[in-house]
Design a protein around this ligand. Structure first.
Ligand code: SF4
Ligand code: SF3
Length: 544
């Protein structure tokens, strides 16, 4: 096994025996094998598009399977076995159709001829034999760029899948995904071409995130500023984590007359701000703080817990029977809700558990400052900048993780001067989301844009502010301080770079898959930099 796709990777180098995330060696080999066979399918899909054969099911399948390899999504060998066998079946069926339509599929790439072993152990052995990551390229800089593209593709697939669930798709995004997967097998691309290919991934991701934004706001309305109670309310309870608004809505519908309070956890916090979600009387509040506390907090939650999409941590045995997964998420031995989205087992479990036996209010936080809301404030914001009431904006966003170095972001937010506004999004904010930072001329100093899935909203805010000030985004009094953990963050970073955004500070550590030479290219072209030793130092430099 070799995996270094996330920030948490062992010793900052790579996980080789078991993932720090809990991924087993077997699952790691299966993920490599799946990626390899998806490349074969992608080559056929590219050939198919040349003869006007576009298979929408294959497009969706490929994005789901790629998303399944994202950090902390699926840990179930059986699921990967199904995906691998299905990929081979789809590849062969499509190949036949493409050839019949006069297309040509070269047989030069091994993945086109791959035959799966008869059982799971055989598949794992095949995965191990691939030595997949090292085999991407002998040249370590080329390999580094190919890894950036591969992880970018997994992030892009995640957003594409989220959007597709809400009925928003663009065939161009799928065409790109197949082409990029196929191109990863090429050995004839030079450094400049590979750098351009990484930016292309970011560019396509902007489209995917736009589709997702349209899906979310088009289905559930534009988020509005909303105070969200923290803590507990007496009664039966279900806690929902992940990112999926549709699952959340379906659960709200299925529980509305059941006497169960619904709580958000983690990236589901922004659900409170969507008009079509917040209208449910039994949608109570938010439970849970930083990502690193997930298992501890879930262990004492007295109700059922639903995991949707990504960034779940392995449930401890003490509470695993209360946990239900749905969609792409899965662990062996954990209850799974199928595609019919019948949440009855979750509801029954919640009713069987004690729930909260007393009210335990714990203050509230404000969310709902997505693009629509912030842009309503735009004139006021511009005015406050002109009068000097607002001196600078900081976008402190991105992932959370368990490492100590992540205190930097809390320290940063605490030390931002009072004449500055902090925009935030994604799950890193749970380290500081309940800080009372006051407001400037009625504009809250801490504005929660939403999930990592709402990065499109953050970009729109920056673009509209740049327009209002008649300058480019790089000339705004705005600094971007990113924290990364997994591959959604990788692709968002690529999107920012593809928009020409410079001077991004990235932490808590730089990706293990970026070589010094590749880092130099990024520094030279985008002035990207690692966060400093401490927040004070960076603030001093930025505000000098
Ligand atoms: Fe290690 Fe991260 Fe890969 Fe998990 S996803 S095996 S923690 S590098
Ligand atoms: Fe958080 Fe990256 Fe995964 Fe959106 S933002 S969840 S870690």
């Amino acid at each position: 096994m070799f995996c270094n796709q996330c920030e948490q990777t062992a010793k900052g180098l790579g996980c080789t025996k078991i993932g720090v995330c809990g991924k087993t060696e077997g699952v790691s080999e299966l993920q490599d094998l799946l990626t390899y066979v998806l490349q074969g399918l992608a080559i056929v899909a590219v050939a198919g598009r040349k003869v006007d054969i576009i298979d929408a099911d294959i497009d969706r399948f490929t994005t789901e399977a790629l998303f399944g390899c994202l950090t902390n999504v699926n840990f179930d060998p059986a699921r990967f076995e199904t995906w691998i066998r299905k990929t081979v079946q789809l590849r062969d069926e499509l190949k036949t159709k493409v050839v019949a339509a006069g297309g040509s599929v070269s047989n030069e790439v091994e993945a086109l001829n791959y035959t799966p072993a008869a059982n799971l152990a055989g598949l794992e052995a095949q995965g191990a034999k691939l030595n997949f990551i090292p085999s991407l390229d002998e040249n370590e800089d080329f390999r580094s760029l190919k890894q950036i593209i591969l992880y970018g593709l997994r992030g892009l697939a995640a957003y594409t899948d989220h959007a597709a669930i809400l009925g928003r798709q663009d065939t161009e995004v799928y065409s790109y995904i197949h082409q990029a997967l196929a191109d990863l097998t090429r050995k004839d691309l030079d450094l400049d071409e590979l750098v351009a290919a990484t930016l292309k991934c970011g560019e396509v991701n902007l489209r995917a995130m736009e589709l997702l934004d349209t899906g979310n706001t088009g289905t559930y309305g534009h988020p509005v500023p909303t105070p969200v109670p923290l803590g507990a309310k007496t009664g039966k309870a279900i806690l929902v984590t992940g990112h999926d608004l549709k699952d959340f809505h379906m659960l709200l519908e299925q529980t509305k007359d059941k006497g169960i309070n619904i709580y958000t956890h983690g990236e589901m916090l922004p659900c409170h701000a969507y008009p079509e979600l917040k209208k449910y009387a039994h949608f109570h509040g938010h439970y849970g703080t930083a990502w690193q506390n997930q298992q501890k907090e879930m262990a004492v939650f007295p109700g059922a817990i639903l995991f949707t999409t990504n960034c779940i941590q392995k449930p401890h045995d003490s509470y695993k029977d209360n946990v239900f997964t749905t969609g792409l998420v899965g662990w062996p031995g954990i209850n799974h809700i199928g595609d019919d989205k019948d949440f009855s087992p979750v509801i029954e479990r919640a009713l069987a558990l004690p729930g909260f036996t007393a009210d335990a209010p714990n203050g509230e936080v404000l969310t709902g400052f997505a693009r629509n809301t912030v842009l309503i404030f735009a004139d006021k914001i511009v005015e406050a900048v002109k009068t000097g009431a607002i001196k600078h904006f900081f976008l402190v966003g991105g992932c959370d993780g368990a490492k100590l170095g992540r205190n930097y972001y809390t320290n940063f937010v605490e030390q931002v001067p009072e004449d500055c506004i902090i925009l935030t999004l994604a799950c890193g904010k749970f380290r500081f989301f309940d800080k009372k930072l006051g407001n400037i001329d009625g504009i809250p100093r801490l504005l929660d844009i939403g999930q990592c899935n709402d990065a499109y909203s953050a970009i729109q805010i920056a673009l509209v502010l740049a327009d209002a000030f008649a300058c480019g985004v790089n000339d705004l009094p705005l600094s971007i301080i990113l924290s990364w953990y997994e591959q959604k963050a990788v692709v968002i970073l690529l999107t920012l770079l593809s928009l020409g955004i410079k001077d991004i500070r990235l932490g808590p550590t730089l990706p293990a898959f970026v070589t010094p030479n590749v880092l130099n290219v990024l520094v030279e072209n985008f002035d990207i930099k690692p966060i400093a030793e401490n927040a004070q130092e960076d603030l001093k430099t930025i505000l000098a």
